[in-house]
Design a protein around this ligand. Structure first.
Ligand SMILES: [Zn+2]
Length: 101
């Protein structure tokens, strides 16, 4: 797993702990058959479960990640924009946290 991702994970865990936000990592390596990017398989992404979070808590987590770690985010192939966190509302609602290396 990438050093940047470990840094983000540790900081996020502390942030969630200090704000009484449940922090449950659901995936690090690939577990879904079809992935748009290789960030999981190359150890540059983890998923955070948001099912048990309020919308306000989700916003807090996203704002925290964007404010502190967006410079470490991966660049999306679709639009060339750097993002450290993306919300996926699909088969399971989660925040996908990704780094460029
Ligand atoms: Zn993901």
């Amino acid at each position: 797993m990438s050093a940047n991702l470990i840094t983000i994970m540790g900081s996020l865990w502390a942030f969630c702990f200090n704000n009484s936000i449940p922090c449950q990592i659901t995936s690090i390596k690939d577990h879904v058959k079809i992935r748009k990017t290789a960030t999981h398989s190359s150890g540059r992404a983890f998923d955070l479960r948001v099912k048990n979070l309020t919308e306000e808590q989700i916003k807090k987590v996203v704002a925290y990640l964007n404010k502190n770690f967006n410079h470490l985010g991966a660049i999306s192939k679709s639009d060339n924009v750097r993002r450290v966190v993306v919300r996926h509302i699909g088969t399971f609602d989660h925040l996908h946290v990704q780094t460029y290396n």
